[in-house]
Design a protein around this ligand. Structure first.
Ligand SMILES: [Zn+2]
Length: 431
């Protein structure tokens, strides 16, 4: 839980999630590799590589690894729904400086109102070699913006539910414009945000070529409930999964085989990108690992046959005020253990042979788990498991902690569930 708390604080954009995880791996003695180089791997070695800044693959080779051994993969995603700053972001309206933003993923929009928001992400700067822009990560780590609600006196129907227009109603306030002036100091009126960003990075505004910047809720995670049964925090989807996969890999003690942790970006927008679970990345990396041990493609394809993928992402818990939204029998509750998610339509990878493996691990290790499905008349969303297993056709199971308020700017889980998820991943990477 402590590691999760720290990751929530540090993981304020997918790039920062990857940076924080890379820090944990380096501390544990993992060696960083690059896809563009030849790899020289050893039995007992621990390695990781970052892909396009926001995805990361880490793997350990068993001390007594032979190429017939099972490859066990754990996967999670580094992105989360929210607001992203658009290119040419400055808007001036009614004396206010505002930012032009767009919605990333399926955010619950009204949870982003009336909150102090900060900004984190990646900025590309001018470089000597045009093919190698200077890349910098930035996290302002302080409240800068807010999207204020409209007063109930002016919008009498507001409590009946008000639809928020994605272009018009979500632009955050960035400051006040003075007489021919803009928020902050010594910047050009029409580029007050870029000037502010440049100052933070200690570069000239003209050096900034492009950026991918997320607005984020900087609240720290907190325990709630009379017995501290609950944990309330931003970005639980899917930093719970990211941390469980990495903690499992770090604690995994398998002597044989290869353990892999795959953290993908872009799950919230469909995964079909160069650094998403719908890319060939996982397959390419597995092939490269086996080739570097002097195996050929035929042997790589053989090794896949017995491999397993555990896709780790949050699932829905039953909501006491909306119990009718959950399935009539297979429902999950906060604090009662991890979820094994099933759906015959394959919104969750569902394969009884694979589920039986995970279920037996839970039973043997006395890890609490709950098997859940969605109501037949409610489509509950999907995850990266089915997408990754379409690209790498191995047996796959979808697991994760039960969650309330999924995709809110602040989500709620059972305080005990992270431990059950971490124990499953550790056992998966050890047995
Ligand atoms: Zn998710």
């Amino acid at each position: 839980m402590e590691r999760l708390l720290r990751l929530i604080g540090e993981g304020t954009s997918p790039f920062h999630v990857v940076q924080a995880v890379a820090g944990q791996l380096r501390e544990a003695g993992f060696e960083e590799l690059e896809l563009c180089r030849d790899w020289c791997l050893n039995n007992g070695g621990r390695y990781f590589m970052v892909h396009h800044g926001s995805s990361l693959l880490a793997f350990t080779i068993g001390k007594r690894f032979t190429f017939q051994d099972q490859v066990r993969i754990g996967a999670a995603h580094t992105d989360f729904p929210g607001l992203r700053i658009k290119t040419r972001p400055e808007v001036e309206k009614e004396g206010y400086g505002q930012l032009n933003v767009e919605v990333y993923g399926g955010a619950i929009l009204n949870t982003w109102l009336d909150r102090p928001l900060s900004v984190a992400g990646r900025v590309a700067l001018r470089s000597e070699d045009v093919f190698k822009p200077n890349i910098r990560l930035v996290d302002f780590k302080r409240p800068l913006f807010t999207v204020p609600n409209v007063a109930i006196h002016l919008e009498k129907e507001i409590n009946k539910g008000m639809e928020l227009n994605r272009q018009k109603d979500l632009l955050p306030l960035a400051g006040l414009l003075g007489e021919g002036d803009a928020p902050g100091e010594e910047k050009e009126k029409e580029a007050f945000f870029l000037a502010y960003l440049a100052r933070e990075l200690q570069v000239e505004p003209e050096e900034i070529l492009d950026f991918e910047l997320c607005l984020y809720n900087g609240d720290p995670g907190e325990l709630l409930g009379l017995g501290e049964e609950f944990f309330s925090a931003p970005r639980l989807d899917d930093l719970t999964g990211v941390q469980a996969v990495i903690s499992g890999l770090l604690g995994g003690e398998r002597e044989r085989g290869i353990n892999v942790a795959a953290l993908f970006d872009h799950e919230e927008v469909g995964s079909k990108t160069k650094q998403g679970a719908g890319s060939a990345l996982l397959s390419l990396v597995l092939e490269k690992i086996l080739l570097s041990f002097g195996r050929d493609r035929q042997q790589f394809l053989g090794a896949l046959a017995d491999s397993l993928l555990l896709s780790v992402d949050v699932g829905h818990a039953i909501h006491p005020n909306k119990a009718e939204k959950s399935d009539i029998t297979a429902k999950g509750i906060l604090g009662k253990g991890l979820l094994i998610k099933e759906n015959s339509g394959q919104a969750y990878a569902t394969d009884s042979q694979a589920i039986a493996i995970i279920q037996q691990i839970c039973q043997r290790e006395e890890i609490p788990f709950q098997k859940v499905t969605n109501r037949s008349d409610v489509t509950g969303g999907s995850t990266l498991g089915p997408i990754a297993s379409a690209m790498l056709p191995v047996r796959t199971v979808d697991v994760g902690v039960p969650l309330l308020a999924m995709h809110s700017a602040r989500e709620l889980m059972g305080a005990a569930d992270q431990e059950s998820l971490t124990r499953l991943l550790t056992a998966y990477y050890s047995l």
